[in-house]
Design a protein. Structure first.
Ligand code: HSE
Length: 428
């Protein structure tokens, strides 16, 4: 890095890219003061340099040729905000091979190509920083990897998708329809280009992969764990859980150490309303960690959106300037997944919502099936409607996932049960 100034090249002038430009517009003087030398946004590359992004930008720094950044000897740090796998990966690798430090918010890329990216950064002796990839504006990766590194982690629990949390919050507070809130989240720039990544849990899974590597030293690819989104959860489930059971619905990423190996999973979860995580609403995210020495720590803030995420991106750039030669260790890059607990062996409490015909004996049949599968019932509620249908809501004591899945399959085969039952895991 030049002794007299720091030059940054940005690839990807989308939502977050425009946020980075805005930070430079407003705070360049402060950034330069902190670094003790001018910090410049030297080039911004994107295929579209015509559309208005709602930020002022010096037209002369805009380019449609990515090599104006990658091959530019003046540029010290490359920010990759293209997203997705290709051409983002090619750009990141080329920047590193050209001796440039790289900052990225691309969780999909990092979660999938962890080993290669870290290897190439190490080989080229450059920094690769990606704080913005998990939890948007929340500082979580550096605290986890450095400040808390004295600990062995018992568990990491994260609400890590702003879009999903926004949807669940609005459904709970305003009884809004899933589709309407999703549209709002897209308008606000929270959602991924393909919002199924948000609502089907993939975005949370990618972030959990990064946290799991840093917290437990294990790289677990997404196909090795259970990932379930929020599309099946109904407004009735949310309302009932809130009013009658005092639970809050969250899309949770969970990684915890157990005797049977590392447990890792993503799914909608009911959380008791007095748990800290239950108070994390709207686009906010939180990562709740339990370390053996530090105890519980919760990191909380805006997990999505232009400015919060851009804040983490620019923070990474400054960290590189402050500590250019700092050696960051993410632990051994091990491609062998060690002992991952089977989803069927996970133990949890469950919420079951079953729509059935209101006929004599059906409740007894259902509890009989649960009993046969060693599932003990904590509470049963029944809501009759005007038609001949009834919604039965059962909360179980802790049970084994394989057993509950077997039971649900049998329940759904009953001729009185007309639609697929809904199962939501409960965090105690
Ligand atoms: N789509 C993501 C979210 C953005 O909603 O949280 C941050 O990764």
């Amino acid at each position: 890095m030049s002794k007299n100034e720091v030059n940054i090249g940005l690839i990807g002038f989308g939502t977050i890219g425009a946020g980075v430009v805005e930070i430079f517009n407003k705070n360049q003087e402060i950034l330069s003061k902190k670094c003790g030398k001018p910090v410049n946004l030297k080039k911004v590359a994107d295929l579209d340099i015509e559309s208005d992004r709602g930020v002022k930008i010096d037209q002369s720094i805009l380019t449609t040729d990515v090599n104006d950044v990658l091959e530019n000897d003046d540029i010290d740090i490359v920010i990759e905000l293209v997203g997705g796998y290709e051409p983002a990966k090619t750009f990141v690798l080329k920047a590193m091979e050209n001796g440039k430090h790289v900052v990225s918010a691309n969780k999909a890329l990092i979660a999938k190509h962890w080993k290669e990216l870290i290897d190439v950064a190490d080989k080229n002796n450059v920094r690769f920083s990606f704080e913005a990839s998990v939890g948007g504006g929340i500082p979580v990766l550096q605290p986890l990897n450095e400040c808390l590194s004295a600990n062995r982690f018992e568990g990491i629990y994260g609400i890590m998708n702003g879009t999903a949390n926004y949807i669940l919050t609005k459904m709970s507070e305003e009884g809004s329809k899933f589709e309407d809130v999703l549209k709002e989240a897209q308008k606000m720039g929270y959602a991924e280009a393909d919002p199924t990544f948000d609502i089907e849990g993939h975005d949370t899974a990618q972030k959990l992969i990064v946290l799991t590597k840093l917290g437990f030293g294990e790289y677990v690819p997404q196909e090795k764990f259970h990932v379930e989104g929020i599309t099946k959860i109904t407004p009735e489930d949310i309302e009932f859980a809130k009013n009658e059971l005092k639970y809050s619905a969250k899309l949770l990423g969970i990684a915890k150490q157990t005797e049977e190996g590392l447990e890792i999973r993503v799914h909608p979860t009911f959380i008791p309303e007095d748990h800290l995580l239950a108070s994390v609403n709207d686009v906010f995210n939180a990562i709740y960690l339990i370390g053996d020495f530090v105890g519980p720590v919760m990191l909380y803030g805006q997990g999505a959106g232009r400015m919060a995420t851009a804040s983490a991106v620019v923070g990474d750039c400054l960290d590189i300037v402050f500590n250019e030669n700092k050696r960051i260790s993410y632990g051994p890059v091990d491609s062998q997944v060690k002992s991952i607990k089977r989803m069927g062996d996970v133990v949890s409490k469950y919420y079951l919502s079953i729509n059935t015909l209101d006929e004599p004996g059906v409740l007894e049949t259902i509890t009989g099936i649960l009993n046969k599968n060693e599932i003990s019932v904590e509470s049963i509620n029944q809501k009759t409607s005007e038609s001949n249908e009834v919604k039965i809501i059962i909360v179980t004591h802790e049970a084994n996932e394989e057993n509950i899945q077997k039971a649900i399959e049998k329940i759904d085969e009953l001729q009185e049960v007309k639609e697929k039952s809904n199962l939501i895991r409960i965090l105690e």
